[in-house]
Each structure stands twice: as structure tokens, then as C-alpha cells.
Design a protein around this ligand. Structure first.
Ligand code: NAP
Length: 249
């Protein structure tokens, strides 16, 4: 799909369609925060590519079930992948009992960064074992953001060497709601230099409802980047940051 809006085109390029020969038949895909937004759209696209099982890990069981119902009612999915198992799993990234550790930290960092990293520290043995059993690679894809360049705490307002990093981010006097999201995204970016990642362009989701729609790509394009990074991109993208499906150094 070409972006025909000149204002939008100034800010972002289009994202190529997922190649026709991309299939995820037989795969189980767990999607965190998957009840809405661009990762929900990613779930839809994985199902259209033949995923056998999609698990939406959502903080609200009720909203998770609603998302499952929406996917099951999708005519395209029903037509092409009726046998797929679609289910929801309760996982609140801000509820430390939900994650692999029980601790309490500033919410933006906890949800966007710490819990995700901790889960990814725990899950590789399972992924490796699954890859051996299934005879095909498994992987983790993080949704990054170009906003990481707007971070502050990691380079502009330096964290004093004497201060533990978690203490710094937990200190309410250091909190800046405009830059904390970017801090979390940069920290994740640093971490996922060992994991494949992506940076979707701005898309229409619940994330920032105040941005004018013409400045964002439709949800489908954001989902494409997620799908591309997870199952279509070559191994050379592992541990790299992808922007519009290309490695962005
Ligand atoms: N939209 C963009 O243009 C854009 C650009 C770059 C990167 N991203 C990234 O893409 C990802 C998805 O963003 P989005 O724009 O699609 O946002 P969204 O529409 O607001 O969706 C966010 C999802 O995260 C879930 N969530 C929030 N807090 C959670 C928690 N504590 N535990 C578990 N799930 C939680 C929400 O579930 P509930 O609603 O049920 O709470 C919702 O399903 C984010 O990582 C974002 O940083 C987005």
C-alpha cells in the first residue's frame, strides 16, 4: 500500500507487504500486550499467515477474551485458518506476581522494560527446546520505538555512577513523563542487541490518541513490521533495530 498523503509521507515511508511465501504454519506465537493496537494487528496477520496457535497475553482477562472473540470473528481468518487455536492468557506486566520476579519499580520502566527483559532471561531454554522438538527456529521480537532517541536519563541527565540505575528510575524527583517512555525504549534497545527487534512507524493505535491520523500509517502497516521482524527477516537482523523493515544502525 502506498502512502498517498504528502504530509504523512514527509514523516514516514510505507512498509512493504509481507512476501507471499511467508508462512508460520505450525507455529505457536505468544503476543504480550496483544489485546489491542499494533501487536493485536500483528496477531491477526500471523493468523492469516497460518499460525497454528496464538496466545494473547493481556493484563485483563476480560479484554483478552474480547480480543480472542474479535479474531475468531474475522472473516479472513475464518476463511483461511479456521483450525487455529486462539486464546488469552492473563499477564500484567506491572503486576510483579505475573512476571518472573516479585518487585516494585516505576511503572513505565517496569512495564516497558524490566518485566520484558526478565521474561526474556527466563524463556530461552524453552525456546531452544521447542526449536529442537519442532525442527525450526524460535525467537523473540521486541517492539521498539524511534522515540528512544528522545531519551534523557541515559545520556543527557546522567545517572550518577554512585546511584544504582533502578534507584534512579524509581526516584520520583527524577521522573519526567515526556522522556521516561524513551528511556525505557532505549534501555530495551540496548538489551535487545542480542535479540531481533523492530521499530514500527507511527500507526493508529491507543498509544497516542492525540496525534492526527494523517500523520500515522494505518495499523496494518505497523503489524507488517512486527511480522517482518518476527518471521520474514533474515538472520542478519538478529539483535538489530529495524525501521520500516530495514536495519537502522
Ligand atoms: N503506535 C505507534 O505508533 C508506536 C510506535 C512505535 C512503537 N510502538 C510500540 O508498540 C507497542 C504497542 O503500542 P500500541 O501503540 O499498539 O499501543 P496501544 O494500542 O495502547 O496498546 C497497548 C497494549 O499494551 C497493553 N498493556 C498496557 N499496559 C500493560 C500491562 N501492564 N501489562 C500487559 N499489557 C499491558 C494494553 O492492554 P490494555 O489496554 O488491556 O491495558 C494494550 O493492549 C508498544 O510497545 C509501543 O511502545 C507504537
Amino acid at each position: 500500500m502506498e502512502n498517498t498523503n504528502t504530509t504523512a509521507a514527509h514523516f514516514q515511508t510505507t512498509i512493504p507487504p509481507t512476501p507471499n511465501d511467508t508462512h508460520v504454519t505450525g507455529k505457536t506465537i505468544i503476543i504480550k500486550g496483544g489485546r489491542s493496537g499494533l501487536v493485536f494487528e500483528g496477531a491477526r496477520q500471523f493468523l492469516l499467515l497460518g499460525a497454528s496457535r496464538i496466545i494473547l497475553a493481556c493484563r485483563s482477562a476480560k479484554r483478552g477474551q474480547e480480543a480472542v472473540s474479535t479474531l475468531k470473528a474475522d472473516h479472513q481468518i475464518a476463511k483461511t485458518n479456521l483450525a487455529a487455536i486462539i486464546e488469552a492468557f492473563e499477564l500484567d506486566l506491572d503486576d510483579y506476581q505475573s512476571g518472573p520476579r516479585n518487585s516494585g519499580h516505576e511503572q513505565t520502566m517496569q512495564v516497558n522494560c524490566y518485566t520484558r527483559i526478565l521474561i526474556c532471561l527466563e524463556i530461552p531454554p524453552l525456546l531452544k527446546a521447542t526449536a529442537v522438538i519442532r525442527g525450526s527456529p524460535t525467537g523473540i521480537t521486541f517492539v521498539g520505538s524511534l522515540t528512544h532517541s528522545g531519551q534523557e536519563s541515559l545520556s543527557k541527565t546522567l545517572i550518577p555512577p554512585s546511584e544504582p540505575i533502578l534507584d534512579f528510575f524509581d526516584n520520583v524527583s527524577k521522573y519526567n513523563r515526556f522522556t521516561r517512555y524513551a528511556d525505557g525504549k532505549l534501555a530495551v534497545n540496548v538489551y535487545i542487541r542480542r535479540f531481533a527487534t523492530l521499530a514500527p512507524s507511527e500507526v493508529i493505535t491507543g498509544l497516542d490518541k492525540n496525534l492526527p491520523a494523517p500523520l500515522r500509517l494505518v495499523m496494518e502497516l505497523g503489524g507488517r513490521t512486527l511480522v517482518h521482524a518476527a518471521v520474514a527477516a533474515s538472520a542478519e537482523t538478529n539483535g538489530k533495530f529495524l525501521r520500516n523493515n530495514k536495519i537502522d544502525p
